[in-house]
Design a protein around this ligand. Structure first.
Ligand SMILES: *[C@@H]1O[C@H](CO)[C@@H](O)[C@H](O)[C@H]1NC(C)=O
Ligand SMILES: *[C@@H]1O[C@H](CO)[C@@H](O)[C@H](O)[C@H]1NC(C)=O
Ligand SMILES: *[C@@H]1O[C@H](CO)[C@@H](O)[C@H](O)[C@H]1NC(C)=O
Ligand SMILES: *[C@@H]1O[C@H](CO)[C@@H](O)[C@H](O)[C@H]1NC(C)=O
Ligand SMILES: *[C@@H]1O[C@H](CO)[C@@H](O)[C@H](O)[C@H]1NC(C)=O
Ligand SMILES: *[C@@H]1O[C@H](CO)[C@@H](O)[C@H](O)[C@H]1NC(C)=O
Ligand SMILES: *[C@@H]1O[C@H](CO)[C@@H](O)[C@H](O)[C@H]1NC(C)=O
Ligand SMILES: *[C@@H]1O[C@H](CO)[C@@H](O)[C@H](O)[C@H]1NC(C)=O
Ligand SMILES: *[C@@H]1O[C@H](CO)[C@@H](O)[C@H](O)[C@H]1NC(C)=O
Ligand SMILES: *[C@@H]1O[C@H](CO)[C@@H](O)[C@H](O)[C@H]1NC(C)=O
Ligand SMILES: *[C@@H]1O[C@H](CO)[C@@H](O)[C@H](O)[C@H]1NC(C)=O
Ligand SMILES: *[C@@H]1O[C@H](CO)[C@@H](O)[C@H](O)[C@H]1NC(C)=O
Length: 412
C-alpha cells in the first residue's frame, strides 16, 4: 500500500523514535489450505511501562514484518473459538479471538503481549517481564459472510494499554479464501459525510486566526444506556510537514461536532471516548478510577491524524496523565479554556463538562468546577469588594475633609 512504501529507512527510524510509522499489514489464518480469518490493517499500541524513576509511554507500531503464529492460531474446527495470533519483534504478539451466533460474528477478545526486555522499544524498563493484557469489550462485529470494513481509527483499551486500528478489513468464518466483497461498514465510517478515502482533509491556505471551536455533545453507551457523557469544544494544536506547502506548519484544528462521531467503552475502572472526524482525525480520551481515593481522572490522550496533506500520519499520546481529578459519581466542569500538553502536541478545551463514570438517566451529576472557574468567579467578588472599599475610603476622606474645612473656615 501507498503508506508502507512511504517509509524510507531513515524515516522509519524517526517514525519509531517519535511518532510510530504506521504500516499496512496483511495477516491470515489457514487450515488445510483454506483461509478462515483474514485481516488487513494498520495498527499501533500505546504502552505505558515503568522505568526506575518514572512511568513512560511509547507508541509501538505493528510492523509489516508481523507474521501469523500458525501453532497458536486456530480456525476453531476443534470446537475452540477461531483465534488469530500474530507475532512481531522480540516476543510481542497481538491476538484476536472470534465468536459467532450464526448471523453475526464479532471479536470476542483482544490480547496484547509485550516483552519489556526488548530495550529497542522499552528503553530503561525496570522489569523484564513479558506482559499480557486482554480486552473483552472490543466492539468489532459484522454480518456473517461479509467483510468488516473500517477506515476510521478505532481504539481499544486492554489492561490500561491502548490498541488503535485503522484502515481495517477483517473477516472471520470466511466462506472462501478471499475477503467477501459484501461489507459491514463500521459505525465510525457510516457517520462521516465526506469522500470515501482516508484523505478527507484538504490543506487550508495560510493558517487562519484560531476561532473558538463549537461545543459538541459526545457519549458512549453500554447496552443502550449512556455510561460516558461529555460536552466540550476541542481544539488541537500540533505541527506536521505539509506536502502542499513543502514545510512544517503549526496547525490549529477545531473539531466540528456534527462531523465527529463518538465511540468507546465503559469498564468498571476504565472508560474511553474516541472522537473521529471525517475518518481522518481520531482523538481518544482515557479516564481511570482510583478506588483508594474514590476519584477518577483523565489518564490518557491520544491523537491520530491521517490527512492527505501529510507525508506520514501523525500519531502521539500519553497514557500516564493525571488531569481533571473528580470524585466518583460527580462530573467535572471547566468553562474556562484549558490547555493539556501531551508529548509533542497540545489540546485546548472550551466550556467542558465530562462524566466518565456513574452517569445516571443520561444526565450529568453534580459538577466539580476547575480551579480556573473558581478563580474567575472570585474576580467579580474581588472587584465588587474593592469598589465598595474605595467608596468607603472616598466617603471617609470626604467626611474628614468636610470637618477639616469646616474647622478651617472657623479659624479664618
Ligand atoms: C490443497 O492441498 C492439497 C494437498 O494438501 C493440494 O493437492 C491442493 O492443490 C491444495 N489446494 C489449493 C487450492 O491450494
Ligand atoms: C508502575 O509502578 C507503579 C507503582 O509501583 C505500579 O502501581 C504500576 O502498576 C506499575 N505499572 C506497570 C505498567 O508496571
Ligand atoms: C519499577 O519502578 C517503579 C517506580 O517507577 C517501582 O514502583 C517498582 O517497584 C519498580 N519495579 C521493580 C521490579 O523494580
Ligand atoms: C481470549 O480468547 C482466547 C481464544 O479463544 C482464549 O484462549 C482466552 O482464554 C481468552 N481470554 C480471556 C481473558 O477471555
Ligand atoms: C524478550 O526479549 C529478549 C531480549 O530481546 C529476548 O532475549 C527474549 O527471548 C524475549 N522473550 C520472548 C518470550 O520472546
Ligand atoms: C445474533 O445476535 C444479534 C445481536 O445480538 C441478534 O440480533 C440476532 O438475532 C442473533 N442471531 C441469532 C441467530 O441468534
Ligand atoms: C455463508 O456462506 C456460506 C458459503 O457460501 C453458506 O453456506 C452459508 O449459508 C452463508 N451463511 C449465511 C448466514 O448466509
Ligand atoms: C442489557 O439490557 C437488557 C434490557 O435492558 C438486560 O436484560 C440485559 O441483562 C442487559 N445486559 C447486560 C450485559 O447488562
Ligand atoms: C500552539 O502551540 C504552540 C507551540 O507549543 C504555541 O506557541 C501556541 O501558542 C499554541 N497556540 C494555541 C492557539 O494554543
Ligand atoms: C521543498 O523545499 C526544499 C528546500 O526547502 C527544496 O529543495 C525542494 O525543491 C522543495 N520541493 C518542492 C516540491 O517544492
Ligand atoms: C454542521 O453544522 C453547520 C453549522 O452549525 C451547518 O451549517 C452544517 O450544515 C452542518 N453539517 C451537517 C453535515 O450537518
Ligand atoms: C491512587 O491515589 C493515591 C493517592 O493519590 C496514589 O498514591 C495511588 O498511586 C493511586 N493509585 C492508582 C492506581 O492510580
Amino acid at each position: 500500500m501507498k503508506r508502507s512504501n512511504g517509509c524510507s529507512a531513515l524515516l522509519l527510524l524517526i517514525c519509531f523514535a517519535v511518532l510510530g510509522c504506521i504500516q499496512a499489514v496483511t495477516l491470515e489464518v489457514r487450515e488445510k489450505n483454506s483461509t478462515c480469518i483474514k485481516l488487513e490493517l494498520s495498527a499501533f499500541f500505546s504502552i505505558t511501562y515503568n522505568t526506575s524513576s518514572s512511568a513512560r509511554t511509547v507508541q509501538v507500531p505493528l510492523p509489516n514484518t508481523t507474521t501469523v503464529d500458525a501453532a497458536s492460531s486456530s480456525c476453531g474446527t476443534d470446537g475452540s473459538l477461531p483465534w488469530l495470533v500474530a507475532t512481531f519483534g522480540s516476543g510481542h504478539a497481538l491476538g484476536l479471538s472470534f465468536t459467532s451466533n450464526g448471523s453475526l460474528y464479532s471479536v470476542d477478545n483482544l490480547t496484547l503481549q509485550y516483552n519489556l526486555s526488548d530495550s529497542s522499544i522499552f528503553a530503561e524498563a525496570n522489569s523484564s517481564d513479558v506482559v499480557t493484557v486482554v480486552s473483552a469489550t472490543v466492539g468489532i462485529w459484522a454480518v456473517i459472510n461479509t467483510t468488516y470494513h473500517c477506515v476510521s481509527a478505532i481504539s481499544v483499551v486492554a489492561g490500561g494499554q491502548m490498541v488503535t486500528f485503522s484502515d481495517m478489513r477483517l473477516e472471520a468464518y470466511m466462506p472462501g479464501n478471499e475477503l467477501s466483497s459484501a461489507e459491514t461498514v463500521c459505525s465510525a465510517d457510516q457517520a462521516s459525510t465526506t469522500a470515501p478515502t482516508t484523505t478527507a482533509r484538504t490543506p487550508t491556505t495560510p493558517t487562519p486566526e484560531p476561532t473558538t471551536p463549537q461545543r459538541g455533545t459526545y457519549s458512549v453507551s453500554n447496552n443502550g444506556t449512556i455510561c460516558f457523557l461529555a460536552q466540550m469544544g476541542l481544539q488541537l494544536n500540533f505541527s506536521y510537514f505539509s506536502q502542499s506547502q513543502n514545510k512544517t506548519i503549526q496547525e490549529i484544528f477545531n473539531l466540528t461536532p456534527n462531523l465527529t462521531t463518538s465511540s468507546g467503552s465503559c469498564e468498571d475502572s476504565r472508560a474511553t471516548l474516541n472522537l473521529t472526524q471525517e475518518r481522518s482525525t481520531t482523538l481518544s480520551f482515557i479516564f481511570t478510577t482510583n478506588s483508594t481515593t474514590n476519584k477518577y481522572h483523565l489518564s490518557g490522550i491520544i491523537l491520530f491524524a491521517n490527512w492527505s496533506d501529510m507525508t506520514v500520519p501523525f500519531l502521539a499520546g500519553n497514557t500516564s496523565l493525571d488531569y481533571m481529578g473528580t470524585t466518583l459519581g460527580r462530573s467535572y466542569m471547566c468553562n474556562a479554556e484549558q490547555t493539556f500538553v501531551v508529548e509533542n502536541f497540545s489540546l485546548n478545551t472550551f466550556r467542558l463538562q465530562v462524566q466518565a463514570f456513574g452517569v445516571t438517566s443520561n444526565h450529568f451529576s453534580t459538577a466539580e468546577e476547575c480551579q480556573m472557574d473558581q478563580d474567575q468567579m472570585l474576580i467579580p467578588i474581588i472587584v465588587g469588594a474593592s469598589l465598595a472599599g474605595l467608596v468607603l475610603i472616598v466617603l471617609i476622606a470626604y467626611l474628614i475633609g468636610r470637618k477639616r474645612s469646616h474647622a478651617g473656615y472657623q479659624t479664618i
